[in-house]
Design a protein around this ligand. Structure first.
Ligand SMILES: *Cc1c(COP(=O)(O)O)cnc(C)c1O
Length: 374
């Protein structure tokens, strides 16, 4: 039987041909395709200004810089995310302040945010884990009350909505990633949705070495920008993907509905929140009943691999990484995130999957867990 990875991008012939044309055009770096992609993204996000970057990490870092976050500042975020979310805070010299997650949504527990705010707090970075949006109404109410900026790490929630409004079409600064595993990809890449045209010049400077060109052919630099521009090759992939992302997400929803229908609830796995209104179902993650089986997560993953099924882990809680422990974080700080970090596994989910693949995954999980019961 074919190996079923936990995710795989869907690229069509027209996109592949379009990339060939870019390669033949002689213009490989940021050029006309980047401009076209940014215009298409802006339209997708209801007309807001959008700039592309070469990763979703770069977009977050530039967003922090646009908010003036730096040494001495604190940024509130979740420990249950890809480590990029916290690393960017360190990169600008600020301190990440983690707030534990809600065990049901697995997202930052909005009820606990206010207790973490100090006079040094400058911004909040909410993460829509697996594409399930954080409650934007309550989040922005807190941000406004305490005069905080919000940088939405929407790396996983492209095409998701909050109460019928598309993520990225409202709010402060919204950051997306187009990494190959995300719901739409450019290979590597990302985009930042701005709230005001006035933010564009600084965003563009921070993206490319701080350079501003003058009409006489010269240039000036007044800020040490990075090297974060997207290539036209990547932008062309993105143009092909953007056309299909809503259809991809609809297919993900169908597959997830089948997961919920087929998954044997008696196994004791904790399933994700059954949300079919807002989530884009970037991932389907279950928590293993590790206290009720004789095998560990590593053995479960290996047993799935033996059956030709790829399983991911997203994510170990960030605060328990050596780097963050060295800053004083420790076991017991965020019990909900720690439990998820220990037990979570990401089962296969991508648009090209068949319903039969979902059934195969559910059968394999059942087989392995039943054989390992204490
Ligand atoms: C993927 C991801 C990022 C980083 O995006 P890259 O494009 O890989 O740099 C940041 N935050 C979250 C939550 C992500 O899933």
């Amino acid at each position: 039987m074919d190996y079923l990875p936990f995710t795989r991008p869907t690229l069509d012939e027209a996109t592949i041909q379009g990339v060939v044309e870019v390669l033949q055009s002689g213009w490989l770096s940021s050029g006309p395709k980047v401009k076209e992609f940014e215009a298409a993204l802006s339209e997708y996000f209801g007309g807001r200004p959008v700039r592309t970057f070469n990763s979703g990490t770069a977009t977050l870092e530039v967003a922090l810089q646009l908010c003036g976050v730096g040494p001495g500042d604190e940024v509130i975020t979740t420990p249950m995310s890809w480590v990029a979310t916290a690393n960017v805070v360190l990169h600008v010299g600020a301190r990440p302040v983690f707030v534990d997650v809600n065990p049901v949504t697995r997202n930052i527990d909005v009820d606990r945010i206010e207790a973490a705010i100090t006079p040094r707090t400058k911004a909040i970075i909410p993460v829509d884990l697996a594409g399930l949006p954080v409650d934007r109404d309550r989040l922005y109410a807190i941000a406004e009350k305490h005069h905080l900026r919000v940088i939405e790490d929407a790396a996983q929630s492209m095409g998701a909505t909050w109460q019928d409004r598309r993520i990225g079409s409202f709010g402060d600064l919204i950051s997306f990633s187009f990494h190959a595993n995300k719901n739409m990809t450019t290979g590597e890449g990302g985009c930042l949705v701005l709230s005001d045209e006035a933010q564009i010049p600084l965003a563009e400077k921070l993206r490319l070495q701080g350079v501003v060109r003058s009409p006489d052919g010269g240039m000036d630099v007044d800020v040490a920008g990075g090297k974060y521009n997207l290539t036209d090759i990547a932008a062309r992939i993105g143009l092909g993907q953007l056309k299909r992302v809503d259809a991809f997400n609809a297919r993900r929803r169908e597959l997830v509905k089948h997961y919920f229908a087929c998954f044997d609830r008696s196994l004791g796995c904790e399933l994700p929140l059954e949300d079919f209104s807002d989530s884009n179902w970037h991932m389907f993650q279950v928590l293993l009943p590790l206290d009720r089986i004789r095998i560990g997560r590593g053995e479960f993953i290996e047993a799935m691999k033996q059956r030709g099924i790829g399983v991911g882990v997203h994510y170990p809680s960030i605060h328990l990484f050596t780097l963050f422990r060295s800053m004083g974080f420790k076991e017991g700080d965020f019990p909900h995130a720690e439990k998820i970090g220990r037990e979570t596994v990401t089962l296969p989910l991508f648009p090209a999957m068949e319903l039969a693949d979902v059934e195969r995954v559910c059968a394999a999980v059942k087989d392995i867990i039943e054989a390992a019961r204490k």
